[in-house]
Design a binder for this molecule. Sequence first.
Ligand SMILES: *Cc1c(COP(=O)(O)O)cnc(C)c1O
Length: 417
Amino acid sequence: MTLKHLAPTKKIHSFHPPQRTLLGPGPSEINPRVMAAMSLPAIGYLDPVFVEMMEELKSLLRYVYQTGNALTFPVSGPGSVGMEYCFVNMVAPGDKVVVCRNGVFGGRMIENVERAGGTAIVVEDAWGEPCDPQKLEDALKKNPDARVVAFVHAETSTGVQSDAKTLVSVAHKHDALTIVDAVTSLAGCPVMVDDWDIDAVYSASQKCLSCTPGLSPVSFNDRVVEHVKARKDKIHSWFMDMNLLLGYWGATTRTYHHTAPTNSLYALHEALLLIKEEGLENCWARHHRNHLALKAGLEAMGLNYLVKEGARLPQMNAVHIPEAIRDREAEVRKTLLNEFNLEIGAGLGPLAGKIWRIGIMGYSCKPENVMLCLSALGSVLSDMGLPVKVGEAEAAAHSAYAQIHAQEARKKVANLK
Ligand SMILES: *Cc1c(COP(=O)(O)O)cnc(C)c1O
């Protein structure tokens, strides 16, 4: 046999990516403990030691989701696969699904409904606004036969947070099951699956969980499991069929379905353990604290938030790009990347060229990153001729931190008394 000369002409070396500060819409930075876990020896996905680890992983996921749902596990694939897993199992051809859309990811939900053979009833809200429960109520009154309601809890494309608890209760009043996208919210702000009575929820490993990309934690309550089991037709995806996945991730059996991404699962186990060690409430509080400092700094630079106060996500900060440099905004991000090793996110769709998205998610969410971002962005904007005084943003962030520390100290003293 003769080899074809398909070898690349350029000499290829091992790949060594630079160390970046990741303050975009995901992926976030990864704790070295997670990277270390990932590099441990591969073992079989049916090895009893591995199976034991799977059980711990499921219980850690139940903790971060705050749920007792038995069917809580990571689907093999990015957040988009978790999304598809929910829709392909829960939506049968001909089903009506109400989708609230207020950004990019609501749009993808509509795609999923249609590809599953369903009909999407779309409830629109402006990009940057939360989903309006009243509009959902109206849509459900007009469509009493709707089986499912879907919405995005944390819209990463705009940095807005919707009131998941209220939206779910409206859906239930009209006997519809709910699918909630918690990709960006999980671990960055409260996601209370049982308290809010969410039926189906999915997330992703690389946002506030700060794990390597490629896993999508999902959770179905018993109502959803029954609903899916009651379907007369075959689920249209073999890979994502809940009934088949139950054979590997369920409570009793461990039968081969597909080769589990073992090392990625070690990584997720470690990432979740880090959250457990920190404490979920402390993890939310850390996102909130760093958000307040970042906000103080960005506002000191004259940058304004897209989302109104009260609906902002701490972990995703979307700010308007100053009018004067809108045509050069890509240059700003390029300089941040090349000179400061710092990644921030661009706007998407109608907000492209209009906003920047600064994510402080998971392991990326720390004061040193907030300070670096303010310092780097401040100096780039100042170089471009904007009236930004280098150092002012850092000073504002510093006083925000100082204020929070003083409040926390007072709380501690009050608790001691
Ligand atoms: C990132 C994201 C997704 C998609 O996740 P991938 O891992 O990129 O497939 C879905 N929904 C929201 C809200 C997201 O932020």
